[in-house]
Design a binder for this molecule. Structure first.
Ligand SMILES: *[C@@H]1O[C@H](CO)[C@@H](O)[C@H](O)[C@H]1NC(C)=O
Ligand SMILES: *[C@@H]1O[C@H](CO)[C@@H](O)[C@H](O)[C@H]1NC(C)=O
Ligand SMILES: *[C@@H]1O[C@H](CO)[C@@H](O)[C@H](O)[C@H]1NC(C)=O
Length: 322
């Protein structure tokens, strides 16, 4: 492919975005995309100059997405976090639990550092029914980082969602076993969730939660990462202007990707073509569910805005509207 063609393709991606892609179109895009990466480390770079002010108002790259042994959470951030799921234990309990956590898991998160000649590409794969028949699998599998969420399976859905998973986001109530080379990314919403992580990898967890919780988990202990409560607060404050009680895991995962990647492609978010918020692996049960206590439509608006301002590429799958 000549440089001019590559440039034209980049411009096409930048100017139009690609809304409806499936079957052979998705495969064609995968091919272009891999050739493109040989030529330019970061295809998106060409589009990032506009709307930087908007970005500056939301994105704060100094916020640490992950906890580490060296990081000290402020008491103020703890007090915000503890009301999410009515935590009754105090800040010192939090601190001793975190200390125990890092006796067992890596003391600093395994993230790829940014570098001028490196493009860290991320695919964030949500669980929306709009992935059905999307044939995004081959495109998703080309990314360096592939993040999946909660129960999101690949087995049996490879053509639409891909096969590789580098990071799997979960909380105790949504936990699934992982293979040996996938990072477990825990979103803690209470001290018990940190406790759960320790126990699920050792003696077994016997506590209770609002739904039954796995007592043990199969995953690589050396690849565990824990989200910083102050990061959750930042997403709520800066990205959602404090709307809703707190952001959904899916939305926080997308913002996480903006912090750890240079190029973010988003799949499986939003409603299906009938306006339902079902999962790609199941038949719709409750058509009135909407998005629970999270500010779903506001979050979706921000995702569309990010796509419009070319900070992400948003793949909406099979929808009859968009
Ligand atoms: C960005 O985050 C850092 C670290 O939490 C904080 O000190 C700083 O005030 C934040 N900047 C803005 C503009 O909010
Ligand atoms: C965190 O707090 C500990 C003890 O309170 C202190 O020794 C350490 O320097 C602090 N770390 C940072 C990064 O501020
Ligand atoms: C899992 O990966 C670790 C390195 O993170 C390695 O030491 C270990 O042998 C692997 N275990 C299996 C069962 O492949």
């Amino acid at each position: 492919m000549t440089k001019t063609k590559v440039k034209m393709f980049v411009v096409l991606l930048c100017v139009t975005g690609i809304w409806v892609l499936r079957g052979h179109v998705s495969r064609m895009l995968s091919e272009y995309f891999s050739q493109l990466q040989d030529t330019y480390p970061c295809a998106f770079d060409k589009c990032l100059s506009e709307d930087d002010l908007w970005s500056m108002l939301h994105l704060n790259t100094s916020v640490e997405p992950f906890l580490s042994a060296q990081y000290n959470l402020s008491e103020d951030a703890f007090n915000w976090w503890k009301r999410l799921q009515a935590e009754r234990h105090d800040f010192s309990t939090y601190k001793t639990t975190v200390d125990r956590l890092f006796e067992m898991f890596p003391s600093s998160p395994d993230v790829i550092k940014p570098s001028p000649d490196l493009c860290r590409s991320c695919a964030v794969v949500g669980n929306s029914g709009n992935l059905k028949q999307s044939r995004y699998g081959p495109l998703i599998d080309l990314h360096d980082v592939i993040i999946r969420i909660n129960h999101g399976p690949t087995k049996g859905f490879e053509a639409d969602v891909g096969t590789r998973t580098t990071h799997h986001v979960m909380y105790p109530e949504s936990a699934v076993d992982l293979d040996n080379n996938t990072h477990l990314v825990l979103f803690p919403f209470k001290i018990q969730d940190l406790e759960w992580l320790i126990k699920a990898f050792s003696t077994g967890f016997t506590g209770r939660s609002y739904v039954p919780v796995k007592s043990n988990i199969k995953a690589n202990k050396d690849l565990v990462m824990v989200i910083n409560p102050a990061f959750m607060r930042y997403v709520h404050d800066m990205w959602l202007q404090k709307k809703g009680s707190y952001p959904s895991t899916g939305f926080m995962t997308l913002i996480l990707a903006l912090h750890i990647c240079d190029e973010v492609r988003v799949f499986g978010y939003g409603a299906d073509k009938y306006g339902n918020w079902n999962h790609y692996w199941e038949k719709l049960k409750d058509t009135k569910f909407k998005t629970g206590k999270h500010p779903g439509s506001h979050e979706y608006g921000i995702i569309e805005e990010l796509a419009e301002k070319q900070k992400i590429m948003f793949f909406t799958g099979r929808r009859s509207f968009s």
